[in-house]
Design a protein around this ligand. Structure first.
Ligand code: THU
Length: 130
């Protein structure tokens, strides 16, 4: 299943509209494409107990993984006006574990994106060897 990155970025921009951000006012949207061709969206969801906030990337990834899907690509955008949206360290660690091969389309607020792999963003990751 091949879809254009632009479509996935557009999905992330729509997901951003659902962000629950009464504290930061910073909206983030994410969308993942799975091997079965499905798209799962995510937005950041904040909480008055701040540390319970969850990032848009992890919402989208966890939705897909919890449905038994394999993730091929992830798009991320935000309302910030300062270039492309870079996933936080926690999300990088989750991407590394759950979709290490995924293409990452990191977009600015207008949808202009650059393509990366997690190795570009998180070299020498922590992993458990069994
Ligand atoms: N946020 C994300 O959704 N993804 C990231 O990768 C970085 C940060 C959210 C969390 C919080 O709701 C807001 O952006 C400000 O940190």
């Amino acid at each position: 299943m091949k879809i254009s990155p632009d479509i996935l970025v557009r999905e992330a921009m729509e997901a951003r509209e659902k962000a629950y951000v009464p504290y930061s006012k910073f909206r983030v949207g994410a969308a993942v494409l799975t091997e079965s061709g499905k798209i799962y969206r995510g937005c950041n969801i904040e909480n008055a107990s701040y540390s319970l906030t969850i990032c848009a990337e992890r919402v989208a990834i966890f939705k897909a993984i919890s449905e038994g899907e394999k993730i091929k690509a992830l798009a991320v955008t935000s309302s910030g006006g300062q270039g492309i949206t870079l996933p936080c360290g926690a999300c990088r660690q989750v991407i590394q574990e759950l979709c290490p091969e995924a293409e990452l389309f990191l977009a600015d607020s207008a949808g202009n994106f650059e393509t990366y792999r997690i190795g570009d963003l998180l070299p020498m990751p922590f992993m458990l060897s069994h």
